[in-house]
Design a protein around this ligand. Sequence first.
Ligand code: TYD
Length: 328
Amino acid sequence: MRVLVTGGCGFIGSHFVKRLVSGGDEVVVLDKLTYSGRKENLDSVDCNLAVGDIADPEAVAQAAVGCKAIVNFAAETHVDRSILGATDFGRTEFFGTQVLLEEVRRTGARFVQVSTDEVYGDLERGGSAKETDPANPSSPYSVAKAAGDLHVPAYVRTFGVNASITRGSNTYGPRQYPEKLVPLFVTNALDGQPLPVYGDGRQVRDWLHVDDHCAGVEFVLREGRPGEIYNIAGGNERENIEITHRIVELTGVSPSLVRYVTDRPGHDRRYSLDSSKLRSLGWEPTRDFEEGLADTVDWYRSNRSWWEPIKSGEYLDYYRRQYAERLA
Ligand code: TYD
């Protein structure tokens, strides 16, 4: 099948493109190549790349010609950046998703909206979010994602489009832009730089390997039903400080690099996702977390040429705004 993957030059998107291409699908990528969308993520992958914005109906219509499905990975994804300024988040997540749904309304293609467990909000009081739970987002990023998601059931109901939503938990693996916890801490450790732990570091996230995440999205692309949401959870709930200590061990650096810094404003204490729905249909994660994290550290160790050039220019600007005062 010919599939349009939006955001296919990003972290999860590029893994998904590789997965589809190696399974025999024909893939067109539409990517705006913002700071975290990197052409080199698709080096040696046999697909077509169109550079453009999902919020641009013409760019979408051109890229989608002949596609039987659209899978939407395009998003501004970093909570800390959304706290510094959220305008781009609203445009891409809310308006961009609507443009894609207009396209599938016109063409009848299948649509998968790739979303996040963050839309369910803070589960500090316990339990795990089910697909039937209401969205309760707490950051500008998660509000933008939740708002984008809201289009999906509305387009299914109003226009009968064939669209589903996936909600994955915190994803890790090779080629993740070094602003998120795992790649930031791994690359900082490899450079002998501090690891800035927000607050008390006891916040909980559920970690999902990117390969398992992509397998879940592919499963939903092929088997998912219109209007349904599918949670994709790794089943590895860990406190941030545990992950941090593990990264210290795996990189062999001194624990004195760990620095407790001012917390993220509005920081969600705990995410937890119930993925029994998707499991009962036949998907399950296959990557062991300890092994997956060790492999990821090895990847960053062996691929400095991927991340070292990123840590310049715009990145340093962002890093200063985000961390200079915290680490002073
Ligand atoms: P992050 O990777 O930004 O993902 P999300 O906010 O989507 O969960 O952060 C994961 C956790 O790590 C979150 O609780 C915030 C924390 N964190 C730090 O303690 N320090 C950091 O420098 C970053 C980027 C995150």
